[in-house]
Structures are given as C-alpha cells and as structure tokens.
Design a protein. Sequence first.
Length: 131
Amino acid sequence: HMLQMYTRLDVFCEDGRAENLVIDASQQRIMDRYQTNVGSLQEYATMYIAPEDRKNFLAFYDFQTVEERSLRARSDHTTAVFRVLDEATGAYGCQMFTLIPFRLESKRYVLSCVRRIDNLDRERSTEGFEK
C-alpha cells in the first residue's frame, strides 16, 4: 500500500547519509550523486521545488528540529505541502511531504514520505498561494 500511495520514500541518517527507497519515474535519482543529505536536498529544492517555497522546504528538512516539531504537534511525524515541478508538463503541483523521526540501534533516522495530493486536498492546501 505504501508503495502505491507515495511517489517517493527516502531515509536520512543522523550521520548525514541518505538513501532513496522508492521514486517514481517523474523525478531523477538525485541522492545517488551526493555523499550527504545536505547536497541532495539543496539540488532537489533547486530542481523541483517552486522558487517561492524553497526556503520553507529547506527549513522543513532541518533534521535537527524534526523530533521537536513532531512533539510540538503532538504527533509522531510532521507534514507540509510544497509545490513541486512535474518535469513532463513543466507545471507545479502540490505534494505532501511527511517526515517521521525514529531510532534504530541507538541511531536517529528520518523517513521522508512524499505523495501527490488529490483534487479535494489540493483546493484546501493551496489557499493563500498566489496563482
């Protein structure tokens, strides 16, 4: 079910490593080009995130604050919506990004899950965005 629901699944480790688990054909495998998650996130933002969303996108992926933000939201995850470029059409569409912090063998990780938003969710999530 997760593989059908999400267009992209990535795991980020506290030591800076990142691994792409699932990616659909609409995007390139950027993580294969970088040794650390900082470089891959910067390039992803430049290539795919709408220019006016990039600063917030990079702040959202601040792994030093993911756990704190999740706790503040009284949740096990944190979620945000960003406009993402569809390379096939050249248009930006809203996608939901969810970060789930977890620990495994005393190391901290973050699972990043990305999915497209259906029409009903899109209408609500784009309120306030300039068209």
